[in-house]
Design a binder for this molecule. Structure first.
Ligand code: HEC
Length: 494
């Protein structure tokens, strides 16, 4: 897949060359009322006993005790915290949509909810919302505004969809501070200085990803093919090219279920596709339905493949990702048995949510390098901490990170560059998210905004000078989110 700074350059070009393109995207999505429910906040205590938010001093203490074995974190406190977050997020609430109970994360706001509230001039986020956030069918990392298609994106082969979710605290902060308005964000940049926004410490952001069990994955009635991750050998391939399959049976009592090659739907977090989701899935290839062929229908099962989870409990956030695995007790890279054992420290994981593996990294390197660059700092003597989701970053080839070394050299940080960390399998959440910088209007950030793998990114790296860091959130950079109807126009005039 081709990504990196090209996305931003393309975005800039598309605005200049195709001025009407954005409004086409805007109108493509129908905002259908699915149901009515209230977004629920994180609990103040996680079921592993950690408070939420946990004090950053505590988290930094875990980071000081980080130990990476074969590039994977082994610190038990961090691992337990990650599972505590997952248990909270997947708790079934009393909120209901389309007759199905919602898990905590499903009740959360989407960036589009924040944009609509901004446009409506609301003081607070609405207490009730009408959509769980539409499933968007797009290449992973596709700029919502660019017709920049990923290799092999195909609903026919069951490619994946995702969305971004904010807990109420994050959504409220984004509304209060009008982070989706270009004028506000541009106004925060200070020439010659590194500027940043700051979200509250109880902010949580997610990127859940889904696979829709459409007819194209059907073997016969009730039985669907499911591409599973078998480890590094599946790396850098599209998920529909992962070597082996298992099968999902939509009847959890089917006698063919052996939990080795055939799994019941009840070991996946899942829901039934709504008409709104089916509509948006089918039209969301930007140019029309050429990828999805109207293949999804209301009533199809939607499986949660996994989710990225980031919390603002410490200034560099906590980073963990979850993905479905056929072997939850012994998951392979980028997870591990040590990480799987962390499930025993939480008390509330149900059957489905405990069938996922975790991969995490609360630092880019181990021992962690300081937040800001200090002369004499080195990286060659620190271990790498890889953290990735096989279904997202696991598919990323080196061209996603094509410009990283160039910018380290250009900015005099060449000595810090780790030459072996060049692709999705050698990436970390924190490394790439450090680069999230407001780049609305398609300017080029001279290194800011470039995707990088597991590298040390100081918060005061020279390429941030004159730019606005979006506190690690890419969905606040003005470049990735689908715009609700009318928002582009509103943004021009406010
Ligand atoms: C190569 C760069 C890159 C890497 C590596 C990466 N992300 Fe992201 N992430 C993005 C971009 C770009 C988005 C914007 C949304 C989109 O288009 O999917 C995003 C979105 C997110 C979001 C939604 C909030 C936001 O920032 O917009 C979360 C949470 C998230 N990622 C967590 C993670 C976690 C956890 C990992 C590691 C397991 C990770 N990311 C690895 C680039 C990256």
């Amino acid at each position: 897949m081709k990504r990196s700074v090209l996305i931003f350059m393309f975005l800039g070009m598309s605005i200049l060359i195709f001025p009407s393109f954005l409004s086409t995207v805007e109108n493509a999505f129908l905002e259908i009322r699915e149901c009515t429910f209230s977004p629920q906040e994180m609990p103040s205590m996680l079921s592993n006993g950690d408070s939420f938010p946990t004090d950053s001093v505590t988290i930094n203490g875990w980071v000081d005790n980080s130990y990476a074995l074969n590039g994977l974190e082994t610190n038990k406190d961090m691992i337990s915290h990650a599972w505590g977050l997952w248990a909270a997020l997947t708790t079934v609430t009393d909120q209901v949509c389309d007759g199905e109970p919602l898990r905590l994360f499903e009740t959360w706001y989407s960036p589009q909810d924040v944009m609509r509230a901004t446009m409506g001039g609301y003081r607070d986020m609405p207490q009730q919302i009408n959509s769980t956030g539409n499933l968007e069918f797009r290449a992973k990392f596709e700029s919502s505004n660019g017709s920049f298609h990923g290799r092999g994106l195909s609903a026919e082969r069951g490619d994946i969809v995702g969305k971004v979710k904010f807990n109420p605290a994050t959504a409220e902060a984004a509304l209060d501070n009008k982070y989706y308005l270009n004028s506000v964000m541009t106004g925060k940049k200070v020439p010659g200085k590194v500027s940043t926004i700051e979200l509250p410490t109880n902010s949580v952001a997610l990127k859940p990803i889904y696979r829709v069990l459409t007819d194209r994955l059907k073997i016969y009635d009730g039985m669907y093919r499911f591409h599973k991750w078998s480890g590094k050998s599946d790396g850098l391939k599209d998920d529909d090219e992962f070597e082996s399959y298992v099968y999902v049976c939509t009847d959890a009592n089917d006698s063919r279920i052996d939990n080795v090659t055939v799994f019941g739907i009840d070991v996946f977090i899942h829901h039934t596709m709504s008409a709104a989701e089916a509509h948006n899935y089918n039209i969301s290839s930007k140019e029309g339905a050429e990828y999805s062929n109207n293949i999804a229908a209301a009533g199809d099962m939607v499986i949660v493949l996994g989710s990225h989870v980031a919390s603002r409990e410490s200034t560099r956030w906590t980073w963990q990702t979850f993905y479905w695995t056929p072997t939850p007790d012994s998951p392979v890279f980028p997870s591990s048995v040590v990480m799987a054992e962390g499930r025993n420290t939480v008390s509330t994981l149900d059957k489905a949510s405990s069938h996922y593996a975790v991969s995490l990294g609360y630092s880019m390197l181990s021992p962690a390098a300081p937040e800001n660059y200090t002369p004499g700092i080195t990286t060659y003597d620190r271990g790498s901490v890889y953290a990735l989701n096989p279904f997202i970053e696991g598919t990323f080839t080196t061209d996603v990170f094509a410009n990283q070394e160039y910018y380290y050299n250009l900015n005099g940080l060449g000595d810090l560059f780790i030459t072996k960390n060049v692709d999705g399998l050698t990436s970390s959440c924190m490394g790439c998210h450090s680069q999230a910088t407001y780049l609305g209007n398609g300017q080029e950030g001279k290194g800011a905004g470039t995707f990088i793998a597991d590298q040390y990114v100081p918060r005061n790296a020279p390429w941030f000078t004159g730019e606005l860091q979006t506190d690690f959130l890419w969905s606040l950079t003005g470049s990735f989110e689908v715009l609700p109807k009318g928002f582009e126009q509103y943004n021009k005039t406010h």
